[in-house]
Every structure is written in C-alpha cells, then in structure tokens.
Ligand binder design. Structure first.
Ligand SMILES: Nc1nc2c(ncn2[C@@H]2O[C@H](COP(=O)(O)OP(=O)(O)O)[C@@H](O)[C@H]2O)c(=O)[nH]1
Ligand SMILES: [Mg+2]
Length: 451
C-alpha cells in the first residue's frame, strides 16, 4: 500500500485526535541509564529550555512542574517524520514548535529520534589507556561515516540537536587528533562523557531500516572498579578493549589490568543481564604492536583499510561487509588468545555463549605514540568492529559469499578438501547468522594440521 506523504499525514494528524493513537514508542535510556517511558519524554524549544519563555506565552496550561510540553497535553499536535513511531516534535495550534526532546529524569536534551526507532547501544569497556577514546573519536568522525557510506545506501546523521558544552571537549579532542596529531587527554575518574547518537538508515529494496546508534565511551577506572549499579549494563553491545601492550606484558608475566576488568564484568553481566539480550566483542587495540609473523596472526595481517592523501579508504569491505574476511581474522585472534592468554580466553568462552561472542582488533593510530603525539597515521581494521555490528542488524550491506581462490589462504597452501568443506559451512553459517559453536573444533583441527 502506498504510504501517505508527510504533508498529508501532518494535515490528517490535526484532525485525528492529534494522531496520538498510532504511536508505538521505542524505549530508550538517558545518559545516566534511566529507562524512559513514553511520558518521560518532554518537549521544548530553546526559549523554554533557557527559561526565556513560559508555557502561558504558548497559550498552554503548565501542568508539569516545569515549562515543558508533553504528548498528552490539550492542544498539542505531534509532528512525525519518516520513522513514524513517535513524534519528532510537538506543535501548538497557533504555530509554536517544541523541537527539543528532554529526559524528565535528568532534563538533558535527548536525540531527535528518541522514541522513534530502536536503539542499538554500544559501549567501550576497558582498563585506562586501553585505547578506547582514540577509537571512539574516530567512530564519531563525519569523515569516517562518509567512508562507510560510500558504495552503499547507508547514511549516518549526528542525532543530538544541541552543542552541549560537555561534548565540546570530545569535539576538540577529535580535531586535535586529526589536525595536530595530538592524542586525547586521559579521561578523569568519574568524568561525565555524553553518549553520541547517530541516526543510521539503510535502504534495501522497498524497505528502509533505521536505528539510533548510541556510542558510549567511559573512563577506564569505572571498568577496573566496576559498580554493580553501573549504567553500563543497559547496553546492547559490550566492546571489551584490550591493549596489545597489555597482552604482551601478560605474556612476559607482568601484572595487567584487563584481567581485572574481565573478572568484574563477567559476573555482573551474568547477574544483571539475565535477559541475554546482549553481545560481547573482544577488541584488541594498538594491534600494530603485535607480531604478525606469529603463525596464528599471520593469516589475519592484511589490512581492511588504506590511507591515501590523509584520507582513509576501505579495501576489504569496500562494497559491503565481507564476513569471510572478518570471521577469518576473528578465528586467528581466538587461536592467538587461546595460546597466549589461555586462562583469560577460557574465562570468556565459559561465561559468554558462543553466539554472543566475537573477536576483532584495531590499531587506531598504528604506531607507538610518545608524549601524547604521533608521527605517522597508519590505522588498521578500524572499520571492522562497527561494521560487524551494523551488518548483523541489516544496517550495512553484506558482501555476497563467493568462492575464493586457494592462494588467498595463509601461506598459499592449496586447501584440503576438508578445509573447503569447513569454509563452505562457515559461509553458510555466516549467511544464516548461525552461531560459532564449531569454531573451537575447527581451530583445533588447524593446530593439528600445523603439527
Ligand atoms: N601503538 C599504538 N598505541 C596507541 C594506538 N592508539 C592509541 N594508542 C596509545 O594508547 C593511549 C591511550 O589511548 P586512549 O584512547 O586515551 O585510552 P583509553 O584510556 O582507553 O581511552 C594513547 O595515548 C596512545 O599512546 C595505536 O593504534 N597504536
Ligand atoms: Mg578514554
């Protein structure tokens, strides 16, 4: 059935008991982790927010303790956009427009599409100095979104309407990192870091998928001294970041912090997220420090991006996310971790069901940095973690599985019939979104082959 145009819908809405009956609100949390119900979303404009005007100027009765509009007020009309489920603004009959959404609980400004589409929230967990913020800043960079969008029908929009002062530090840090090669200051303990929201859309045939992608960076001390009541447990996807420097230190038998993070995170996840509606990605950062001649890592060495004229370009996932490439790298990382940090690895796989767990790596800068500066920018794999999340949600195209020539595999060895069979099963599993329960068995086989 053909959809009504926006104009018609807006016009009809003014007659149909304000259009409120068709609202299907999509739940979200504010930055402090408070779950917000439909009537916790307040509406305002700049004047109401700053107290320059009050609701009586708008010709409305102020029932609420403050000057905000709510959906159930007499005389307000909802304004919808293409997401449809929940209004993006409210207006009054005499033309005042409340275009800012505000959390009743914290009074913070919420994203434009709050309540309009499902939220996919991704949080970076890891010890101080693991490399969370550097990667986070890259993910929030419009130039990065431009790179991801190329050759696809995906779009990324910064969905927070305000230039919050608290966000300024991150915006400046990103500018310094890109333009002056200065790395971000370490986060202070308990620093309030506002989440970033991106309205991600992808058109595929007749259908357009939409999601509010929420990215949260936190200070590392919240991860090494994790509270049970922490807001972090509201997220859908937990990215556990582990600096390669720490992995190498652990190999040398030194004390490391990432084990502390895991020790605290796993029991909390089990208790607090009995719903099981979450996923975990283990992300090795600073992977330039790893030895890619290591037999486990060698097959995973080919970069997925390249830098030309200071611009990053995708190579492996240029026309769509290539699960084969990603999964191969994921398996290499697993084999590496299983050998080099066996207890950590076993703790993970024993605590988190295989279908919720994946492994990836990045080098956001790609070289050892001194005095908070870097010289050369040689990033590796920075598109893969986020693409693996978006592709799974149907928000990024997936490269159609195809046969690969045998030379592409590690060492150019001709594939055995058994390996070909495994690869076929693997592609089928990826295609169907099935779990990785065979992966251990496959890796053990590979180790046997190497022997
Ligand atoms: N070798 C290397 N070091 C990196 C890379 N990215 C970040 N680092 C180092 O890691 C430090 C901490 O990064 P940061 O993102 O602030 O860590 P956070 O505390 O987890 O947020 C930086 O200051 C850099 O010295 C990288 O790609 N390679
Ligand atoms: Mg940080």
């Amino acid at each position: 059935m053909k959809k009504l145009s926006q104009k018609w819908r807006a016009w009809l809405d003014t007659f149909l008991t304000d259009g409120k009956s068709k609202i299907s609100y999509q739940k979200l949390c504010d930055s402090e982790g408070n779950p917000l119900e439909e009537d916790d979303i307040l509406f305002a404009d700049e004047n109401l927010m700053t107290g320059k005007q009050t609701l009586d100027v708008w010709g409305l009765d102020c029932r609420d303790e403050e000057d905000f509009l709510t959906l159930d007020m007499e005389g307000v009309i909802p304004v919808f956009d293409e997401t449809g489920n929940f209004p993006i603004a409210l207006k009054t009959r005499d033309g005042h427009l409340a275009y800012l959404k505000v959390s009743r609980k914290t009074k913070e400004v919420l994203p434009i599409h709050a309540g309009c589409c499902p939220v996919l929230s991704v949080i970076f967990i890891g010890a101080p100095s693991a490399g969370k913020t550097v990667h986070f800043l890259q993910l929030c960079d419009p130039a990065f979104h431009d790179m991801l969008a190329r050759n696809t029908t995906c779009s990324f929009e910064d969905d927070l309407p305000s230039d919050a002062v608290r966000r300024k530090r991150y915006e400046e840090a990103r500018a310094d990192m890109k333009n002056k090669k200065i790395l971000p200051e370490p986060n202070r303990k308990g620093e309030v870091i506002l989440p970033y929201y991106f309205y991600v859309q992808r058109r595929a045939g007749e259908e357009t998928r939409r999601v509010l992608l929420r990215l949260d960076d936190i200070d590392g001390e919240q991860c090494t001294d994790m509270e049970w009541e922490s807001k972090i447990f509201q997220s859908n996807i937990f990215i556990i970041t582990i600096g390669a420097d720490e992995l190498l230190a652990a190999e040398r038998g030194e004390d490391v912090q990432y084990t502390r993070v895991i020790k605290q995170l796993l029991p909390r996840l089990k208790v607090l997220r009995q719903d099981g509606e979450y996923e975990v990605r283990v992300m090795i950062t600073k992977c330039d420090l790893l030895d890619f001649t290591n037999p486990y890592l060698a097959p995973a060495a080919e970069n997925s991006i390249e830098v030309k004229d200071r611009k990053i370009r995708q190579t492996a996932h240029e026309t769509g996310f290539d699960y084969h490439v990603f999964k191969k790298r994921s398996r290499c990382i697993q084999s590496y971790l299983r050998k080099e940090c066996s207890n950590f690895y076993n703790n993970l796989i024993n605590a988190i069901p295989a279908e919720k767990l994946d492994f990836c790596m990045v080098a956001s800068i790609g070289e050892e940095c001194k005095d908070h500066r870097y010289e050369n920018f040689k990033p590796m794999f920075i598109d893969e973690p986020i693409l693996s999340i978006l592709a799974k949600e149907g928000l990024y195209p997936v490269e159609v599985p195809r046969e690969r020539p045998a030379e592409e595999e590690a060492g150019g060895a001709v594939k055995s019939a058994r390996q070909k069979f495994y690869d076929a099963v693997d592609r089928f599993k990826d295609f169907m979104g099935l779990s990785d329960e065979y992966d251990d068995f496959m890796d053990e086989d590979k180790e046997d082959d190497e022997d």
